[in-house]
Design a protein around this ligand. Structure first.
Ligand code: NAD
Length: 468
């Protein structure tokens, strides 16, 4: 085995890993990044966020076109050339991965395509196509991500059983798509395939879809999905899936669910599991918790002070934007800077139609924790821009500390909510009070005004609606 001394090693080349590598290189470290895939970008860029948003854009345009028919503008029924759609998806991915290639080369980062596993707290074995390497490192950042959780009773070997990666391959459009798990992945895939013509059934274990989001926030989405989809079974478990030649039979257990349903494809989207079990942590003294999440402090240090961990492998929320921010912090701390990961909130976005986005404290959490708040909530039915864009399925709400007026959390459901939530993120980080937001002049007519009016409602100064 060839042996080599390295300075800072990043294990994993997803959004967390490459951000960590780039930042560390910019701070003068000699960086080696190890990624098993021949492309950087990880799940998010190659088989997750980016391909899904590319396909969701098609779904949005199809729906927008349909909405115009009653207004007097009609297009023909859409037809799908899956080969062209896949080629477009791949070209988007290729543009981004080749961008990453030029960025790592310009930073003179050493890149190894191979699988890294720990030999000790200071050594890593890397197996590539050609050789086995033993690397000794000064600092190391673990950014190995997560994978889909598998539940028992599912014949995973059947090609009609999908995980999110398989769903995004878009090999064909199943007539009936059953989705196990009504979380973000489940609903985004449902949105895509519904637009392409599949009949969608969702089976969710909890009593509501997207369980972490407040009920009043997600209501405009839930109301719409109820009309669009074949069935939504909440408080329901899938006991097993039987693979028959002509279809897949799902055996359900739930108060309001039938015993069985039939489907032509089944997506399993019941959460993700940290990839901490594939890197031989047993050869180190690095600690994980009961869920396999690597334990880190605010500086993203593990209990071994020169080893850091970031992103999905340190646990929820498993989101690319959390990973990339953590990657930068870990690189900075490893390079001697006084940095820490202490966000006021990490936004969540479901890119459904309408989108649902939230940040900071939810109303449910505020009530559970006994935090006194004043709330402003503005339905989009009263917003001029939403009416013009046929996008009144929406609501903007925000919670403010009852005494200080400081923003505690916010949620937006509606068209482009994933973009609009950034205003709340900045306000939260800046410690804004409701008055700050209400007195900031928002352009008219825009969807962003709804967030300002929600602040006015909390202040009692709204004129676009009645203050209650
Ligand atoms: P999730 O946790 O968002 O949702 C999983 C859902 O499955 C939950 O509602 C859960 O109650 C349900 N569930 C669990 N076990 C079940 C069972 N046996 N039967 C029926 N339902 C069951 O997880 P996900 O949708 O798989 O997404 C995985 C991760 O990826 C999440 O952390 C998510 O935030 C992230 N992600 C984010 C985005 C985005 O930011 N837009 C997109 C995709 C994925």
């Amino acid at each position: 085995m060839q042996e080599k001394k390295t300075d800072l090693v990043v294990l994993g080349g997803g959004p967390g890993g490459y951000s960590a590598a780039f930042r560390a290189a910019d701070l003068g470290r000699k960086v080696t990044i190890i990624e098993k895939s021949s492309v950087l970008g990880g799940v998010c860029l190659n088989v997750g966020c980016i391909p899904s948003k590319t396909l969701l854009h098609l779904a949005e345009v199809i729906e927008e076109a349909e909405k115009l028919a009653p207004l007097g503008v009609s297009f023909g029924k859409p037809t799908f050339d899956l080969e062209k759609i896949r080629a477009h998806r791949d070209s988007v991915i290729h543009t981004l991965t080749s961008g990453l290639d030029s960025l790592y080369k310009a930073r003179k980062i050493e890149r190894i395509v191979g699988v890294g596993t720990f030999l000790s707290d200071t050594e890593l074995m890397v197996v590539t196509d050609k050789e086995e390497l033993k690397l000794t490192f000064e600092d190391l950042i673990i950014a190995v991500g997560s994978r889909s959780v598998q539940i028992p009773g599912i014949p995973y070997e059947d090609e009609r059983i999908w995980d999110s990666t398989k769903a995004l391959e878009l090999t064909h459009i199943p007539k009936r798509l059953a989705i196990i798990g009504g979380g973000i992945i489940g609903l985004e895939v449902a949105t895509m395939y519904h637009a392409l013509g599949s009949k969608i059934t969702i089976v969710e274990m909890m009593d509501s879809l997207i369980p972490p989001a407040d009920r009043d926030l997600k209501q405009p989405l839930l109301k719409k999905l109820k009309k669009q989809y074949e069935a939504i079974y909440t408080s329901t478990k899938v006991e097993k899936v039987e693979a028959k030649k002509e279809s897949l039979t799902l055996h359900l257990k739930g108060d309001n669910a039938p015993e069985t349903i039939e489907a032509d494809a089944v997506l399993v989207a019941v959460g993700r599991k940290a990839n901490s079990d594939g890197i031989a942590l047993e050869n180190t003294t690095i600690k994980t918790n009961g869920r396999g999440w690597i334990e880190v402090d605010k500086k993203l240090r593990t209990n071994v002070s020169h080893v850091f961990a970031i992103g999905d492998v340190v646990g929820d929320p498993m989101l690319a934007h959390k990973s990339s921010h953590q990657g930068k912090v870990a690189a900075e701390v490893a390079s001697g800077q006084a940095s820490a990961f202490t966000p006021m909130g990490i936004p969540s976005v479901a890119y459904t139609s309408p989108e649902v986005a939230w940040v900071g404290l939810t109303e449910t959490e505020a009530k559970e924790k006994g935090i006194a708040f004043k709330k402003g909530s503005f339905p989009w039915t009263a917003n001029g821009r939403a009416l013009s864009a046929v996008a009144t399925d929406g609501v903007s709400k925000a919670l403010y500390d009852e005494k200080t007026g400081r923003l505690l959390g916010a949620g937006i459901c509606g068209k482009n909510a994933g973009e609009l939530i950034s205003e709340a993120v900045v306000a939260l980080e800046m410690g804004a009070v409701s008055e700050d937001i209400a007195l900031s002049i928002h352009p008219h007519p825009t969807l962003s005004e709804t967030f300002a009016i929600a602040a006015e409602l909390a202040e009692g100064t709204a004129t676009d609606t009645l203050n209650r």
